[in-house]
Design a protein around this ligand. Structure first.
Ligand code: ZN
Length: 219
């Protein structure tokens, strides 16, 4: 059985190694600020099974210093395997106009370099769909999805994938678009929790892994 964590963050090497001992072989490591990007690339060099992303999280748009876009482009050129994330919109947090600007810039760059995007969206689905409509070429993964069936229907236009960490939405997300995550260290504490999560949700491990590899473009 091959387990994966479709969304987590930078953590100590020992956390990933412990999860691998428990059968979780792959992890998508998201970043929230530019100073984390190279740390994620370093993690990928040290350990196996690390996929990584460069992004500016909507909570940290104030960390977007002048010239960050060129920095992101240079990073994606240097690391052709890097994806873009964590990016998105969060209406519960301040600086919403800046969030929209940074998110659109990230989408534009992801589209230019043809990279998957890992998205955080809280309470901003109208704006989200408007932004994605401008950049239809990017493949989005909505992490820790919180929405309803109507939103899922709309997001099908964008071939969206969804990752979840409890079974609240498992029934309404199409099977071939469903992934699992821990959002460690902020969600569930460690990616080692994935096998139990999959068991509790009665999901098919092999099918999940196939969906994961399809999202990554490996199949
Ligand atoms: Zn996250």
């Amino acid at each position: 059985m091959i387990y994966f964590d479709a969304h987590c963050h930078l953590m100590d090497d020992s956390v990933f190694l412990a999860a691998q001992t428990g059968g979780v072989s792959s992890f998508i490591v998201n970043t929230t600020r530019p100073d984390e990007w190279e740390k994620a690339a370093d993690l990928n060099k040290r350990l196996t099974g690390i996929y990584f992303c460069a992004g500016i999280h909507p909570w940290y748009v104030r960390d977007a210093y002048p010239g960050w876009q060129q920095h992101l482009c240079a990073f994606l050129e240097k690391y052709p395997q890097s994806m873009v994330g964590e990016i998105g919109l969060d209406k519960k947090k301040p600086f919403f106009d800046e969030q929209i600007y940074v998110f659109k810039e990230c989408l534009k760059i992801a589209a230019r370099y043809n990279r998957q995007v890992h998205i955080h969206c809280v309470g901003a689905w109208d704006e989200m769909i408007e932004c994605l409509s401008e950049y239809r070429d990017v493949l989005p993964l909505f992490h820790r999805f919180v929405g309803d069936e109507f939103i899922i229907q709309k997001l099908k236009w964008f071939n969206a994938y969804f990752s979840i960490l409890n079974n609240r939405y498992a029934d309404i997300i199409p099977d071939n678009r469903l992934l699992v995550e821990t959002d460690s260290p902020d969600g569930l504490k460690t990616p080692a929790a994935i096998p139990e999560l999959v068991r509790n949700m009665h999901l098919d491990v092999d099918y999940l892994y196939q969906t994961f590899r399809e999202f990554l473009g490996e199949l």
